[in-house]
Design a protein around this ligand. Sequence first.
Ligand code: ATP
Ligand SMILES: Cc1cn([C@H]2C[C@H](O)[C@@H](COP(=O)(O)O)O2)c(=O)[nH]c1=O
Length: 228
Amino acid sequence: MRLPTTPVTSLWRDLRDEVRHNYPAGRVVLAVDGVDGAGKTTFADGLAEAFSEAGSAVYRASIDGFHRPRSERYARGRDSAEGFYRDSYDYATFRRVLLDPFREGAQTGASTGFQLSAFDVTRDAPVEAAWVTAPRDAVLIVDGIFLNRPELRGLWNWALWLEVPYAVSFARMALRDGSDPDPDAPANARYRGGQELYRREARPSAAATAIVENSDLAHPVRIFGDYC
Ligand SMILES: Nc1ncnc2c1ncn2[C@@H]1O[C@H](COP(=O)(O)OP(=O)(O)OP(=O)(O)O)[C@@H](O)[C@H]1O
Ligand SMILES: Cc1cn([C@H]2C[C@H](O)[C@@H](COP(=O)(O)O)O2)c(=O)[nH]c1=O
């Protein structure tokens, strides 16, 4: 399907062309990172459509499909920002069932299967996702928080950081989820504090390959250097 031409789709196409210039063939893995509510899912879905219209086989996953069980996520306390940053996700499973077999498929003639999710955070239970195979030149786009942390950086061919102020991201989540729009609300402390810890420790905008300011959803803007 051909996307319309708008400032948003033009940016998706520019980013796609940049990735394809650097990785014209073989398996490619992209990360779309940003704070909760930055627009990661929406942006990653759009980027996937841009790859798709250019003929690539594209697979989508979210780190949200690899949560750890509540008992582990809350081990440091229900409101712990440190727990949010350090204990939210099962990166070993993420690598074992998705990243590693997806990459291996470039060598095995696409016979290696991978799973796009492993855990349902709402049910707090593992999911038995289908094993999927893909053509040799497939693209995988993963969205989610904390993807530019040091333990994950080496996994991506290309990583995006979506820059959005907390006032905007919490307002979006309030509209979407009915949560408190105030970034300073006690109910948001775990999430905001976890993001601040991440930004301090991991400097995600500096680690990313590209940065997009995504406050105006109709006009995302590519930015460069040490803007953040
Ligand atoms: N380009 C867009 N145009 C209109 N609305 C958008 C756009 N991008 C995101 N939104 C809206 O903003 C909200 C947050 O977007 P999205 O779910 O993509 O963010 P996210 O970063 O993936 O969030 P989370 O980390 O909480 O999963 C959603 O309600 C979504 O519908
Ligand atoms: C309630 C709430 C949740 N989230 C997101 C953050 C996590 O990825 C999941 C699970 O959160 P938990 O606190 O580890 O159970 O949901 C969020 O961003 N904002 C919220 O208010």
